[in-house]
Design a protein around this ligand. Sequence first.
Ligand code: SF4
Length: 384
Amino acid sequence: MERNEIIKAYGTDFTQMIQRLLEYAGLEEIIRQKQERMAGVCGQGEMRPEKMRIAIKPNLLDCTPADYGATTHPEIVEGIIRYLQARNYTNITIMEGAWVGGNTQEAFKHCGYRDIEKRYGVPLIDCQHESSYRVSCAGMELSVCSCYQDVDFLINVPVLKGHCQTQITCALKNMKGLIPNSEKRRFHTLGLHRPIAHLNTHIHQDFIVVDHICGDPDFEEGGNPLVRNCIMCALDPVLSDAYTATILGYGARDVGYVKLAEQLGVGSADAEAAHIITIEGVNCEDMPDSHKVLAVSYAVEDVDSCSACYAVLISALNRLKEEGFLDKLESRIIKDRIAIGQGYRGRKGKCGVGNCTRLFDFNIPGCPPSEDEIYEALKERYEN
Ligand code: SF4
């Protein structure tokens, strides 16, 4: 497989589909070439397959099932493991850390990954409970979970989704699961795009499998799955994300962290030069122009909010909008915009969401609060 290629398949038998994709892409050969390079560097001679430490990084931001549009389908990860184990690559782990406010252990359980652990003997590493190390990532000091230091070959399995703060989330942003929660919070104070791009100068993705089965085109936390029944493979995370951006209706370099990652030398954002190969099924990528985030974001004043907090607020506002509630109260809400984010800590104001705005006259507590809590509290506030 070449670095400018993206290989796709469409269908519904995901476990079989991914194995055929990996066969076509020649993953075994890609791993073997890396082994040879590593052995050459260490002067240790050729390594045996079972010595190669392979980590699979899905996206399990929370404990919602994959058909909700937010988390990686376990069938894909199962297919990757079957492919690897059949070729004696048996030293495999699954690594993930849920988002701030989420619980990785619950996500492992409810998303089907505990079953995979039992069935295939592949350990699950909870990055929320890992120690971390500080490292300079192209001039930016960042904290990374220690488990990454034990990885020889990283297979990233993100979900292709929209994101209410960064427009899209896929390969590059999925690496946030390999940093501690405290660092995830700090990323938001650093503007999100810059630290994501810099993080990817340190964490090297050897192979990318994109779950494009039914990711939500608007919200990272899912809820509005859009069925596409597609799985894609790539070697370049920047190209993969640039292509994802075009699928979701943006320009390849419209997404700040994609453009920055290209400038930092992580990969190429030239989606037009990508060679797209569809090996089975029918290519259908017409996405609806939903813009659900834009439709309600006028009501929000965000300063460095965490993704989980912002996403649940946007979802709650969408529910209120669908009920016709938001439009009726538009003038009042615009006057009294809802504040959210770490930038409001210690500050006063009228209406705020999350513990960071605890000093506001009206505050919805939680770190983050739930969508239901926000929905109920706002409804009550504006009804009266
Ligand atoms: S309350 Fe503040 S720290 Fe907690 S999730 Fe929300 S923005 Fe992040």
